[in-house]
Write a protein that binds this ligand. Structure first.
Ligand code: GLC
Length: 484
């Protein structure tokens, strides 16, 4: 399998000879703290496996392991028009999907930038925004109107409990969202009511996590797919488990569903190690957590997902500034603003092709009004590498844990998300980390490979909506049995 993706970031061969000794000394601890050995990764994976099991147990654990009520593989013969929406970190995507019936599909995509204040604004404003975007797309594509409501698959990429597929009770916001009045409630009726208010003929059939959509969409075109994973604003994975191996569903499913049936599980493993037993947290990770809207949650995600990488770099730079090691005597007010550096910062810093890092100089000058010396830029670049490398190495622990748990010896892991798609060198670093965990012999093709996914939140959501309609038509259940 050919590994797709951007070229690896070249580690700078340039010398650090011109970097002042005091500054070199000051970044030494970062080298240590941010470098995670193969042995440490293995220790993390072992603990991860037991935490996945705990999440599936009746008592439950930190990792939610949410049954996604996708219990069939698509046949490829699914047909019809579907709408999929994906409420992501920065955009709302609306996708009209026409399933052709022959493993083929057509999509029409629209993207709406989410005004940043919606992430922490009022719930009515959020739902109204989504409903209006939907109306715009539907009116545009079906100007004559439709005879029947269009079935919609709602990709809602937050931990939402589901006792059935058309339900999603938000456990807690993640990735910096904080809209009051939604946690603890089912988001499906909220969306259904909002679309009704603006008058769009839509029926919300299924609520889907982005990882489950990715798993299903990629399985549709590549039968070797064993997991759907997202390396983006957040980090998470989904896989199929066997019903009989999910103790917390024991006795809760309809009696005619055999124990050998499969069930897609949205792990929500961003919350791995909230008890802080194995992850090598630095004081910056601890600070990010403490200052986040949900301290104590998503410990794993906060160390490696896209939402936090720029912030990690910012905190370190600010500390070096306060110790008078960099940016001496300058006004760093802009750098003092939390989250002013998104992931594009470390990403662009790593991408700078020039020996004197002149792109880095421009970034700091233009966006933060800070002038940098070449030695400072070399240090900034090294820090970005350390943060990027740690992120890639940690984020594959979830993959190794699932594959070991399910005893997959070979697998395609379908991956999506901004970090996977855009962060330089992420794919190579992730592959290397898997190699370190498994100790695969060099020179052979890796048996477990991370591959670029199909569009999970569009096509995947549409296929799941189609599978759900079929199950309902066949009188099969799409959730726990009555009174369970
Ligand atoms: C966060 C969300 C999860 C999602 C992931 C990737 O971890 O809680 O639902 O799958 O981000 O978007």
């Amino acid at each position: 399998m050919v590994h797709l993706g951007p070229k690896p970031a070249q580690h700078r061969k340039g010398t650090f000879a011109d970097v002042p000794a005091q500054l070199l000394e000051a970044i030494k601890p970062f080298e240590q703290e941010f470098t995670i050995s193969g042995a440490k990764l293995q220790e993390i994976v072992n603990h991860f496996i037991s935490e996945l099991d705990r999440g599936l147990s009746k008592a439950g654990g930190n990792i939610p392991m949410i049954p996604g009520w996708v219990m069939d593989y698509p046949t490829g013969k699914e047909t019809g028009n579907y709408v999929a929406i994906d409420l992501g970190g920065t955009n709302l995507r609306v996708v009209l999907v026409k399933l052709g019936g022959n493993r083929d599909f057509d999509t029409t995509q629209s993207k709406f930038a989410l005004p940043p204040h919606l992430r922490t604004g009022s719930k009515d404003e959020l739902w109204e925004f989504i409903a209006k975007c939907l109306k715009e797309v539907v009116d545009d594509v079906f100007p004559e109107g439709v005879t029947e409501p269009i079935p919609l698959g709602f990709t809602f990429s937050y931990p939402a409990s589901q006792d059935r597929i058309n339900e999603g009770i938000l456990q807690r916001w993640t990735k910096g969202w904080d809209v009051p009045g939604i946690e603890g409630n089912d988001v499906v009726p909220m969306l259904q009511e909002a679309v009704k208010k603006v008058g769009v003929p839509i029926n919300v059939v299924a609520l889907i996590n982005d990882t489950v959509g990715t798993l299903v969409a990629s399985g549709y075109t590549d039968p070797e797919t064993k997991m759907g994973v997202i390396f983006g604003t957040g980090v998470n994975g989904a896989y199929y488990d066997v019903l009989g191996d999910i103790p917390k569903l024991e006795g809760r499913c309809d009696d005619d569903i055999p124990a050998t049936s499969l069930m897609a599980i949205n792990c929500e493993y961003g919350s791995f190690d909230n008890e802080h037993q194995v992850l090598p947290r630095t004081k910056y990770d601890i600070q990010i957590d403490a200052e986040s809207p949900r301290p104590g949650q998503q410990s794993f995600e906060k160390m490696n997902s896209g939402y936090y990488l720029g912030e990690l770099l910012r905190l370190i730079l600010l500390e070096l500034y306060e110790k008078e090691l960099i940016f001496k005597g300058q006004n760093v007010d802009k750098l003092k603003k939390p989250f002013v550096m998104d992931t594009s910062f470390p990403s662009r810093i790593e991408l700078d092709p020039f020996e004197n890092l002149s792109d880095v100089a421009d970034i700091f000058q233009d966006e933060l009004k800070i002038q940098t010396t070449e030695p400072e830029r070399k240090i900034i670049r090294r820090l970005a590498e350390l943060i990027g490398e740690r992120s890639a190495r940690l984020s594959v622990c979830g993959i190794a844990a699932i594959c070991k748990k399910r005893k997959y010896e070979t697998a395609h892991i379908a991956a999506d998300g901004s970090v996977f798609n855009k962060y330089p060198g992420f794919r190579e670093r992730a592959a290397k980390a898997l190699r370190d965990i498994y100790e695969w012999p060099a020179g052979k093709e890796d048996p477990i490979v991370i591959v670029a996914a199909e569009d999970g939140s569009g096509v995947g959501a549409a296929i799941i909506a189609a599978l759900t309609e079929k199950r309902l038509k066949d009188g099969k259940s799409v959730g726990v049995k009555a009174n369970a």
